[in-house]
Structures are given as C-alpha cells and as structure tokens.
Design a protein around this ligand. Structure first.
Ligand code: NDP
Length: 312
C-alpha cells in the first residue's frame, strides 16, 4: 500500500492553498481533485472580490493559477475521488475510486459544498431538460429564452445577472419580501431591465411536454396564497449549498447541517491529524478568500502535528 505524509482531499481554493503551503513545508502532499476538479469557483463567472485582482478574474482562470502554483512547489495532483476513509491516528486509510488504497499520516479535508435543490419531484423529472443549479454551466442553452432563478442571496443575484446577458427575460423568485444578497448585487439586479424580481413567490412544480415549459408559482399575498403558471424555458436553483462531509461523518464531528466542526476558528477537528478547510467546515463565510485562508491554516497545523508526532 502506498504510504504518504499528507493527503489533501479536494481541489478548490482551500485544497490548493493547503497544497501550496504543505509543499513548501516539505510535506510532499498528494492532492486528489475529487468529483469536480477546481471546485465551485468553476461555476462562477467573474470573481471581483479576491484581493490582488483589481480587474477581477474568471473562476476557471483562478483555479488554473492555483493548481499551477501548487504544481510548481511539487504537489502530486491526482485525478480521482476518495470513496472510503478509516481514520486511525497517524495511519489514516483511504480508498480512491473504490480500489486504490493509501495510508496518510495527516489528512486535510477540503471537499467543499454542493448545490441544494428544492426537493420537488419535478426537479428530478426535468434534470438536464430545463432544471439546473449552475447558471454559468448551462446558461448558454437558454440564449434568447425566458428563465427563472430561485433564491435571494449573492449566488442568485449573480446568476440572474449572468443570465440577463444571455436570455430574453429573467425572473428572480425570492421566497421572502427582501433579498439577502450584498447591497451592490441587489442594486445591480433591481436596476437591470431584463430581470423581474418576484418577492414572496415560490416554485411548487414544473410542467412541459419535452422539457420545462413553465413553473407553478405559489404567491403569498398578505397571508393569502394564490397559485399561477409562469411560462419559462428553464429553472435555475441558487438556494445555497450542502457541505460534502458525509464520507467522513463516522469519524469527524459535524453540526446539524453537516458542516465539519472545528476548534476555535482553527482547522483542527476532533480527530487528531485530520484537518478541515474551506466550505465543508464553514457555514458562515463561504468565500474563496476565506477558504484559501483556512487551507493555509490547515497546512500549518498539519506540519506542526507531524513535527510533534515525530513524523517529520
Ligand atoms: P445564501 O445562503 O446566502 O442564500 C440562499 C438564498 O436561497 C436565500 O435567499 C434563501 O432564502 C434562499 N432559499 C433557501 N432555500 C430556499 C427554498 N427552499 N426556496 C426558496 N428559496 C430558498 O446562499 P448563496 O449561495 O447565495 O451564498 C452563499 C455565500 O457565498 C454567502 O456568504 C454569499 O455572500 C457568498 N457569495 C458571494 C459572492 C460574491 O461575493 N461574488 C457570489 C456568490 C456567493 P431566505 O433568505 O429566505 O433564507
């Protein structure tokens, strides 16, 4: 069985930042990219708030840069998905793609989070036929069409703005009577002629013959509910994310939403030698910059752990 010092699981900003720091500390890290190499930023258009990019940078470019920086210092970046773990102090066993076994002295979990769905049967029925949770991935298919985005946070606003540049018309369906997004994003959405914000309205179903032709909307008007059909060609979900922590749940403590619990703002988990960085352990900030910062902290903690346990 292959034995390594430091395993990093995940290839978003947390994973790659951990890899840069761990490589430079001679931990010879191996990083498995996971199901979505590059992570969630690949589905973002423009990143405007990462310090150091005054003109902004595309999500895919940033991830390529981070990967190249990790490779430059010797990180062993591998394509593969961790399918099983067995955490035993300093001898953490991991299975890759259901077959390859590996033992790591320390593990950094940076598996991020995945998009949430409403839980309607129609979402599954129309998957790939008018329902998507990634506007930047699928928006292109809805050029000059009418779409709706569900959600009231920054992601929903960002998706609505992106789609407004491609589509004939964009509805933003917000379940409350206000947007939760940052002020700047709210202003952009509310001042966009192509976007109509529908407050206190929710999707309860979808209809259409060979794909989505419309959504059934439940409107709450002063306590009175009313249902009506809204003609759309596509529905985009932007209602938040679930942390990708299930694989580790037998060992690592999580909160009620599934986020990995860490000690006092550090990436230290309840399992010695296992650290968690980025969105999988962050219900609060979930930014590229905070994920990168926690990746850095995880690598520093991993190095200290190895020194203290005589493995370095
Ligand atoms: P958020 O958790 O911030 O917002 C989720 C939105 O979806 C809320 O408006 C919520 O409504 C709504 N929602 C949740 N469940 C449902 C449901 N079942 N039906 C209808 N609506 C629902 O998630 P985001 O992904 O928008 O953002 C996550 C984090 O990432 C935030 O910290 C955000 O600031 C950040 N971010 C920053 C960006 C940037 O700066 N460029 C871009 C994208 C994200 P309610 O308000 O009623 O709970």
């Amino acid at each position: 069985m292959e034995k390594i010092k430091c395993l990093i699981i995940g290839s978003g900003p947390a994973g790659y930042t951990a890899a840069i720091y761990a490589s430079r500390a001679n931990l010879t890290p191996v990083l498995y990219e996971g199901v979505l190499p590059g992570g969630q930023l690949l589905s973002t258009t423009e990143i405007e708030n990462f310090p150091g990019y005054p003109e902004g940078i595309s999500g895919s470019q940033m991830m390529e840069d981070l990967k190249n920086q990790a490779l430059r210092f010797g990180t062993d970046v591998r394509f593969g998905v961790v399918t099983k773990v067995e955490f035993k102090q300093n001898h953490n066993l991991v299975v890759i793609d259901g077959e390859k076994e590996l033992e790591a002295a320390v593990v950094i979990i940076a598996t991020g989070a995945s998009a949430k769905y409403l839980g309607l049967a129609d979402e599954a029925k129309y998957a790939g036929m008018g329902v998507s949770a990634c506007a930047t991935c699928d928006g292109f298919f809805y050029r000059k069409k009418t779409v709706a985005v569900v959600g009231g946070g920054d992601t929903a606003c960002e998706d609505a703005l992106y789609l407004s540049r491609l589509c004939k018309k964009v509805y933003l369906l917000v379940r409350k009577d206000y947007l939760r997004a940052s002020k700047i994003m709210q202003d952009r959405v509310l001042n966009n002629e192509n976007i109509e914000v529908l407050f206190k309205q929710e999707v309860t179903g979808l209809f259409g013959e060979n794909g989505v032709e419309g959504a059934t909307i439940l409107k709450n008007r002063g306590g009175e509910e009313e249902q009506f059909p809204l003609a759309i060609d596509g529905l985009f979900l932007a209602i938040g994310h679930n942390p990708n922590s299930k694989l580790f749940a037998d060992y690592v403590e999580t909160d009620e939403q599934g986020y990995i619990k860490t000690v006092n703002g550090t990436p230290v988990t309840n399992v010695p030698g296992v650290f968690a960085a980025g969105d999988v352990a962050d219900p609060r900030y979930r930014q590229a910059i905070t994920a990168a910062a926690s990746g850095c902290k995880a690598a520093i903690e991993a190095e200290r752990y190895l020194v203290e346990n005589g493995d370095k």
